[in-house]
Ligand binder design. Structure first.
Ligand SMILES: NC(=O)c1ccc[n+]([C@@H]2O[C@H](COP(=O)([O-])OP(=O)(O)OC[C@H]3O[C@@H](n4cnc5c(N)ncnc54)[C@H](O)[C@@H]3O)[C@@H](O)[C@H]2O)c1
Length: 343
């Protein structure tokens, strides 16, 4: 398969390009970016052709799929244009900046008959796969509560634009950490627990991050949410752009028969049973919490196209995340519990 990378920034270089380079069944042949210079740089660095015009790239029938790695606001436009041109799309998270956009993307996918997958790659981390497997096998009985944390130093440490990155702009990204990092955990908890969000109480302040001119950024840099899920599970989701150790990735699931912890300091997964027995799960490679880990999300995308099966993360999953983010924002503004719209 021939793949085009749309948005030649940090995540394209850190994750998608190296992941595709490892595969025999796919190659990256095209690049597009708002800044042509960036596309040219990636084309000369990784091989392939840079395009100055997105429409021209999409007219190339040899290109089978695109990976949308631009700032969140443009995911909708880039994705719909690609689907309409007959391309499959792997779109970075968050799927969109509004439910309206996400719905339009899903409609375009349905109309085109092409695959739309959202890059919620945290589903593919080995500790998360193991935790889901254990929970589904009943290892901790009925899950009652969870706590999940994801803290990073901030996008200025990974974006190719440093402190001038699009993440700090409401215009380009819609929301801050609640959507950037939060979208990962919102999707992950829903995936691991197999249930939807019902209602939320959320506080999403801007505590520290500033623009180069010294004024506070336009979006939240910390997010604190209590949620009740459809099956009665109650959980806490905390995400941060001010976690200066950069190593806060833990999730804890409390069940009637025990507790599962992922990304504990000593082991990636720990199962503690009510009877006092403890089981540790280690993997061939146990990365440090702050390390950028390649997952097989790109391979999953390509395989589901080749094998003509539904994607691992559907557009409907992406929309469910956006619905939750909408409710979180509404709760932050109202100061009250808010219901999450369920499609
Ligand atoms: N799945 C993950 O773990 C993960 C990690 C980091 C980032 N991301 C997501 O990937 C996306 C990009 O993040 P990044 O860190 O690479 O950002 P970045 O700032 O490093 O790079 C973004 C690139 O996209 C280009 N761009 C922005 N808007 C564009 C548009 N309208 N048209 C064409 N090009 C455009 C920019 O010029 C830049 O080259 C975001 O949606 C982000 O949330 C996902």
């Amino acid at each position: 398969m021939q793949i085009a990378v749309i948005g030649c920034g940090g995540i394209a270089a850190l994750r998608h390009i190296p992941a595709i380079q490892k595969l025999d069944c796919a190659e990256i042949t095209a690049y597009y970016d708002l800044y042509y210079e960036r596309a040219k740089e990636y084309a000369s660095r990784y091989g392939g052709k840079a395009y100055e015009d997105y429409g021209e790239l999409l007219r190339h029938s040899e290109i089978d799929a695109v990976i949308v790695c631009t700032a969140a606001r443009s995911h909708c436009d880039m994705t719909i244009k690609a689907l309409e041109a007959g391309k499959h799309v792997l779109c970075e998270k968050p799927m969109a900046v509004s439910a309206e956009d996400a719905v339009a993307m899903n409609c375009a996918a349905q109309k085109s008959g092409k695959t739309l997958m959202i890059s919620h790659n945290q589903r593919r981390y080995e500790p998360h796969i193991k935790a889901r497997e254990l929970i589904r096998s009943g290892a901790i009985g009925k899950v009652l509560t969870f706590r999940t944390f994801l803290g990073i130093k901030g996008p200025e440490y990974s974006s190719v634009f440093g402190v001038n990155n699009g993440y700090f702009s409401r215009e380009m990204s819609g929301r801050g950490v609640m959507s950037d990092v939060g979208s990962h955990r919102i999707d992950l908890m829903r995936y691991i627990l197999g249930t939807d969000y019902k209602r939320v109480l959320s506080y999403n302040p801007t505590l520290d991050k500033r623009k180069p001119d010294g004024t506070p950024i336009e979006v939240d840099d910390n997010s604190f949410t209590i949620t009740e899920m459809e099956n009665g599970v109650v959980g806490i989701i905390v995400t941060s752009w001010t976690s200066m150790s950069g190593n806060d990735r833990m999730s804890i699931f409390y069940g009637t028969e025990g507790v599962i912890t992922t990304y504990r300091e000593d082991h990636p997964v720990v199962l503690e049973r009510k009877d006092g027995t403890v089981e540790y799960f280690d993997f061939a490679y146990n990365p440090d919490q702050s390390e950028t880990v390649l997952t097989d999300i790109d391979e999953q995308f390509i395989r589901c196209i080749l094998e003509k099966r539904p994607p691992l993360v559907t557009g409907k999953d992406g929309l469910a995340v956006i619905r939750m983010l909408d409710a979180m924002e509404k709760s932050n503004n109202s100061g009250h519990w808010e219901s999450v719209v369920c499609d």
